[in-house]
Design a protein around this ligand. Structure first.
Ligand code: NAD
Length: 259
């Protein structure tokens, strides 16, 4: 078994800052020598993402703008990647968005626009990105998305994002079934709560963290690095028989019944 990824290229989508789970994944892949391509939503993120990438030890990275709410933007980004590097071996899709007002109070109050926006950015984007990445994955490979327990169970305040994560989870499985014949695997990590820019938008996020510290089998929250190592497993040949799977990197919290 070869643990190095020095002959592999991965697209990392969704680094906003050093707390981003995508950054934890980038660091894990960099440690094993992978070549990385970063995409960011808008020009505003170009400089911070490039500055972060400069701190990596391995191969030099490439950078492209990609707003997943636009089919054209996805198409353009992957066309540029194809022109520049040709074959890629995987994609880490670490993208979600919902209006802050929809991440508190009762789910029943979700507006149609808020519902559609969350699904568009947080779930449909995996479908659009996978379709664009597939022609570049000529040697097979692995696509990874990030989900959360709120898509399987009701988590207070997570509301519309939980419903969008349920759609993301199902999309991941249908994509795994479609792409398996091309030797492309599609999986998800269900990460425990970690303080990031997106997580800040979820109402009373601190009480979710406290609950994990008290009740999760490991009695602590998980780290960006721990998500990164499981991502390395899922994006590499270490997991070559695994597809359509959700791996919970959550200190075991998801196995608990109600107290
Ligand atoms: P983050 O804010 O660092 O990352 C979210 C990213 O989504 C940002 O880089 C943002 O620019 C990007 N994004 C938003 N709209 C976009 C668009 N239209 N086009 C392209 N990119 C867009 O927060 P994070 O917590 O690292 O989130 C990454 C993923 O991890 C999300 O899917 C999130 O739901 C998931 N997740 C997070 C946690 C947590 O507790 N932090 C737990 C489980 C799952």
């Amino acid at each position: 078994m070869n643990f190095s990824l020095s002959d592999k290229t991965f697209v990392i989508m969704g680094v906003a800052n050093k707390r981003s789970l995508a950054w934890g994944i980038a660091q894990a892949l960099d440690k094993v020598g992978a070549r990385l391509i970063f995409t960011y939503v808008s020009e505003r993120f170009e400089k911070p993402v490039k500055q972060l990438a400069e701190t990596l030890k391995g191969q030099s990275s490439l950078f492209y703008e990609c707003d997943v709410s636009s089919d054209q933007s996805i198409k353009d980004a992957f066309a540029k990647i194809e022109a520049e590097v040709g074959t890629i071996h995987g994609v880490a899709h670490c993208i979600a968005f919902a209006e802050r007002d929809d991440l508190k109070g009762e789910f029943v109050d979700t507006s149609r626009d808020g519902f559609l926006l969350a699904h568009n950015i947080s779930a449909y984007s995996l479908v659009g990105v996978t379709r664009a990445a597939k022609p570049l994955m000529t040697e097979g490979g692995s696509i990874l998305t990030l989900t959360y327990l709120g898509g399987e169970r009701v988590v207070q305040n997570y509301n519309i994002m939980g419903v969008a994560k349920a759609s993301l989870d199902a999309s991941m499985k249908y994509l795994a079934n479609d792409l398996g014949k091309d030797n492309i695997r599609v999986n998800a990590i269900s990460a425990g709560p970690i303080r990031t820019l997106s997580a800040k938008g979820v109402g009373d996020f601190n009480s979710i963290l406290n609950e994990i510290e008290k009740k999760a089998p490991l009695r602590r929250t998980v780290t960006q690095e721990e998500v990164g190592s499981s991502a390395y497993y899922l994006l590499s040949d270490l997991s070559q028989g695994v597809t359509g799977e959700i791996i919970h990197v959550d200190g075991g919290y998801s196995i608990l019944g109600l107290a």
